[in-house]
Structure formats: structure tokens, C-alpha cells
Design a protein around this ligand. Structure first.
Ligand SMILES: CC(=O)SCCNC(=O)CCNC(=O)[C@H](O)C(C)(C)COP(=O)(O)OP(=O)(O)OC[C@H]1O[C@@H](n2cnc3c(N)ncnc32)[C@H](O)[C@@H]1OP(=O)(O)O
Ligand SMILES: CC(C)C(=O)C(=O)O
Ligand SMILES: [Mg+2]
Length: 511
């Protein structure tokens, strides 16, 4: 097997140091379980001396999470090391990670320590940690602003006292790939003994992933990183970026790989985003919602012909849904025709040209073109009649705070009126359940947006819903001066579309 790069995940330690993030024990455990499914090599679970809560979280993860080794952070103070071990001691495999600053800036202004004191602190703390475990990591904080000769000296002391991993933290994101890679090479040349060299890069200049890869190219065999790139200030190297870059460009890294189960990346990203409250930017590489979305005609033409024309990663390899063709003002006829085909409309010649022109006019005015819009183009502009089987006759909804909402609907189905009632967790939920009951089609509501079409007190509300079944996903749109009624119309519009999608699929299946 090829040599591997060790993935040291620090989402629960450095990631949690992001302003505004505070994870409780259960939340940390939930993320740690997902990190285990991701198959990272190390989970840095926290900084036990920081608080009783963090101590308990590290202890719970050490006791319960199977698979990865569990690490925790410690200053050089011996009571920190003791507390760290106390939290970690029940893990199957545990690592104590000790750090102290080494740069003139930190030593003069912050720690007020001499180089000699730092050396003594490192000696004593690393040796003390080794009395607990064979697996000790040492980090010289602010390494990239530390004079090289002192850096070698500190790291040599750490190795001589039993640190098996030495980390090069670019604490303030000061490194540039070429010089950071050079620093890693020089450390390898000048620090003697048996150790794994690691990188820990921050993103202040947007270079955390690039610097981590430069470190690997220079001989680092551990990368410290966080899911979604969260962490102090601008964050840490993003785990998903480092892992996928090593995989996609293994030709440049002597076939070095990681053990990460990449199909779990999107799930890990969503979980960390949900529990930390930190959104993932749309255009975030690998896990962003646009990472596999194509809006421009030339790209869509390529992707429809062969995915790899505009994608270097297969979405399914990272647990994402697949390539998405998004219609907008930059789209062309290939994507337009293909989307209409998927909706059951096969247009050609003049009909296609007329519909395409209407679509472009609409796209100049609207940023999001939904299936409902396309259907409107085909029906309104080209006179293709699409009969809706379900028609809303009446709706009544009641909601009292603290109680579940109640909805009653009357739906006309093939000329006959069907009544249904349902309770729900909120008005939209109750309406959805009542409409599903009346029509016999159940679906999961996976998207709901409201916009106002016009201004003023009688503004028209425009509701777009996304409904999902195991077989299909459709959007539905409803417009009314009453948002609740607009929601019901959108929901029923989606159910009509699901019905047509089902009929179309069964027609296609018939030999
Ligand atoms: C680059 C990094 O990410 S480093 C990790 C940063 N993470 C955190 O700081 C999160 C957790 N931290 C905390 O909860 C608190 O800062 C604690 C509990 C660790 C310490 O709290 P306090 O005792 O109130 O000290 P405070 O945070 O104000 O100052 C830091 C102290 O640690 C000392 N210190 C800082 N780094 C180290 C180190 N690596 N080794 C030894 N001492 C250190 C400082 O000199 C200062 O000591 P002083 O109080 O004697 O002046
Ligand atoms: C504790 C160390 C590794 C750190 O987070 C940093 O220097 O950024
Ligand atoms: Mg850090």
C-alpha cells in the first residue's frame, strides 16, 4: 500500500475556537461520530483545561468514539498535561498535544519568556506527557515567524524528549506555499530522529490548503485541518479540500493518499454547519451547494455531453447529489431542451425557438427560474394545455400558540370534491398533510421560500416549495395575497407535478 497522509481533524478544538461557536458534550459527540465514519486518523476533541464542559466532552469522546485516535491540547504547564491525560485516559489510543509559542513577537509581548525558559518548558512537559502515553505531539506556536535556528533547537528538544509528531503551525496564516514548503524541508534536514512532520495552516491570506499541500510535497505526513475550514479568525485548512486535492492530483504527490471515506464529506459538512451555526458559502469547494452546479450554456452543453468536461470531482465521490443544471440568463438551448425533456416536454423547431426566447426574457428579470416558470412558459406562451388533476376548492387553517396547527381542505379530483383534515407542526405542515391525505400522494417538503411579487399591504405572496419522494423531486409555485393560501396552492401544484412525473415514468417503463 502507498504511504498515507495522516488526517488530524481539529474541528472540535481549533474549529470550535471560531467566534460564536460553543458545542456541548452531545454536539461534540455527534460530530466525533461522523468524523469516525469519515475515517479520519485523529480527532482533536478539545482543550480539557479550558472548561469543565470541554473536559467532559473530551472524556466522552475518548470513552465512546471508536476508530480514530483521540487527541487533546495542553499548554506546557504540567497541570494542563495532567488534566489532558485525565480526560483522554480511557481512549483506545490517545495523544497529548503540547504547544508553546516560539516567535519573538509572542515571547516578548505575550508570554514574556526567554528562549531558554521555552526550551525548559518543552523538555519538562513533553517528558511528562510521555510518562502517560507513547503518542505525544509538539507544536511551536507561530512557527512561521520564528527564527529557523531557534525553531530547530526547540523541535530537537521535543523529539529528544519523546515527541513522535512535530507540527509546524502557521498560526497567523503568514506562510506562502513556496516558503512554507521550504520551512518544512529545512526542519526535516535539521531536526534529527524519528518523527512525523505535520502542518497546521491558518487561512488569513486564503492559503491554508495551498500551504498544507506544499508541506506534504516537502515531506509532511500529517495535515491538521477542520471540516468546512472553520477555526480561529479566517479558519484552518479545510479537511475536504486537502483530502480531495490529494486524491484528484495524486499524480503530483507520489500517489500519497488518505484513509478518509470521502463519500461522508458532504454529510460531515452539513452536520458541522448545523451544529455550529456557521453557514457553508454557496461556492465553497467540494461541499458548497454550487460545487457541482452549472448555470452557463457552454458549460452545461459540456456537462450534459460528458460530466468531466467541467468537473474534476464526481459529486457522488464526496456524497453530493450529482451535477446540477441550473437554468438562468447564461444558459443555452442544450440545457433548456434537456430540462424541458426531463419535465416531459419535447420541443423542437419554431416551438423551441419561441419558448427559448420567452425563457431568456424571463431570465433577464429573474435570478431563479423554477420548473413552475418553465411550465408556465410552455403552457401560457405556446398554448400547450396541461390539465391539473387536483384543484384547490377551499382551505381553512387554525393555529394557536403552543398547540399543533389544524388544516381542512377541499380538493376537486376528477370533478369530485374530496375533504381532508390534518394536524401539523405549524400551518404549512398541516396544509401539506391535509393535501397529501386528500390526493393520496405523500411527499417530503424539502424547500420553502416566500417572496413578495408586488409591494404594499395587498402585496402578492409568491411561494415556491420543493417536494421530494424516493422517485422524484419537483417544485411547486403558488401566488396569492394570502401567504397561507399561496403555500397551499404551491403545495398542490407540486403534488400535481409529482403525479405527472409518476405517470411519465410508468409510461416510459411500459415496453
Ligand atoms: C494557537 C492556538 O489555537 S492556542 C489555543 C488557544 N485556545 C484557547 O485559548 C482556548 C482555551 N483557553 C482558555 O480557556 C483559557 O485561555 C485558559 C483556561 C487556557 C487559560 O485561562 P487564564 O488562566 O484565565 O489565562 P489567559 O487565557 O487570560 O492567558 C493565557 C495564560 O496562559 C499562558 N500561556 C499561553 N500559552 C501557553 C503555553 N503554551 N504554555 C504555558 N503557558 C501558556 C499565558 O502566559 C497566560 O498566563 P498568565 O495567566 O500567567 O499570564
Ligand atoms: C495549538 C496550535 C497547533 C495552533 O492551533 C496554532 O498554532 O494555530
Ligand atoms: Mg490553530
Amino acid at each position: 500500500m502507498n504511504e498515507q497522509v495522516i488526517i488530524f481533524d481539529t474541528t472540535l478544538r481549533d474549529g470550535e475556537q471560531s467566534p460564536g461557536i460553543s458545542l456541548d458534550v452531545l454536539e461534540k459527540l455527534e460530530i466525533a461520530e461522523q468524523l469516525a465514519r469519515l475515517n479520519v486518523d485523529y480527532i482533536e476533541a478539545g482543550f480539557p483545561v479550558a472548561s469543565q464542559g470541554d473536559f467532559e466532552a473530551v472524556q466522552a469522546i475518548a470513552r465512546r468514539v471508536e476508530g480514530p485516535s483521540i487527541a487533546a491540547l495542553s499548554r506546557t504547564q504540567l497541570r494542563d498535561v495532567d488534566r489532558c491525560w485525565e480526560a483522554l485516559r480511557d481512549a483506545e489510543r490517545a495523544r497529548i498535544h503540547i504547544f508553546i509559542s516560539t516567535s519573538p513577537s509572542h515571547l516578548t509581548h505575550m508570554l514574556k519568556m526567554t528562549n531558554e525558559t521555552v526550551i525548559n518548558e518543552v523538555k519538562a512537559s513533553v517528558a511528562h506527557a510521555r510518562s502517560y502515553t507513547d503518542d505525544v505531539e509538539f507544536s511551536p506556536q507561530d512557527a512561521t515567524r520564528t527564527p529557523l535556528e531557534f525553531l530547530y533547537e526547540v523541535l530537537q528538544v521535543a523529539v529528544d524528549n519523546g515527541a513522535g509528531t512535530i507540527n509546524i503551525p502557521d498560526t497567523v496564516g503568514y506562510g506562502i506555499p513556496a516558503d512554507f514548503g521550504h520551512m518544512v524541508e529545512e526542519v526535516r534536514r535539521n531536526v534529527h530522529g524519528e518523527y512525523v512532520i505535520s502542518s497546521h495552516c491558518h487561512n488569513d491570506l486564503g492559503l491554508a490548503t495551498a500551504n498544507s499541500l506544499a508541506a506534504v510535497a516537502a515531506g509532511a505526513r500529517q495535515v491538521e485541518c477542520c471540516v468546512n475550514g472553520i477555526g480561529e479568525r479566517a479558519g484552518n485548512a479545510a479537511l475536504e479540500e486537502v483530502v480531495m486535492a490529494l486524491r484528484v492530483r495524486s499524480d503530483l504527490f507520489d500517489g500519497l493518499g488518505t484513509q478518509v471515506h470521502t463519500e461522508e464529506l458532504a454529510k460531515a459538512s452539513r452536520l458541522v454547519s448545523r451544529l455550529t451555526g456557521y453557514p457553508v458559502q454557496y461556492n465553497k469547494s467540494v461541499v458548497g451547494r454550487n460545487a457541482f452546479a452549472h448555470e452557463s450554456g457552454i458549460h452545461q452543453h459540456g456537462v450534459l455531453a460528458e460530466r468531466s468536461t467541467y468537473e474534476v470531482i464526481d459529486a457522488s465521490a464526496v456524497g453530493q447529489q450529482g451535477s446540477q443544471i441550473i437554468l438562468g440568463k447564461h444558459s443555452g438551448r442544450h440545457a433548456f431542451t434537456s430540462t424541458l425533456h426531463d419535465m416531459g416536454f419535447d420541443l423542437a423547431g419554431d416551438a423551441l425557438n419561441a419558448a427559448f426566447e420567452r425563457f431568456k426574457e424571463m431570465a433577464d428579470r429573474k435570478s431563479e427560474i423554477t420548473e413552475a416558470d418553465l411550465e408556465a412558459i410552455v403552457t401560457d406562451e405556446l398554448g400547450v394545455a396541461i390539465a391539473d388533476r387536483f384543484e384547490l376548492v377551499s382551505l381553512s387553517v387554525a393555529s394557536v400558540s403552543g398547540e399543533s396547527a389544524k388544516a381542512s381542505v377541499i380538493v376537486k379530483i376528477d370533478g369530485k370534491e374530496v375533504t381532508a383534515d390534518a394536524n401539523g407542526n405549524g400551518m404549512v405542515d398541516a396544509i401539506g398533510k391535509a393535501l397529501s391525505e386528500a390526493t393520496g400522494i405523500s411527499a417530503q417538503l424539502t424547500g420553502f421560500t416566500v417572496a413578495s411579487v408586488t409591494g404594499g399591504v395587498d402585496a402578492l405572496g409568491d411561494v415556491v416549495v420543493t417536494l421530494q419522494t424516493p422517485e422524484a423531486e419537483v417544485s411547486g409555485r403558488g401566488i396569492s395575497t394570502d401567504i397561507v393560501e399561496a403555500s397551499a396552492r404551491a403545495y398542490l401544484n407540486g403534488l400535481n407535478r409529482l403525479l405527472r412525473a409518476g405517470e411519465k415514468a410508468s409510461n416510459t417503463e411500459t415496453p
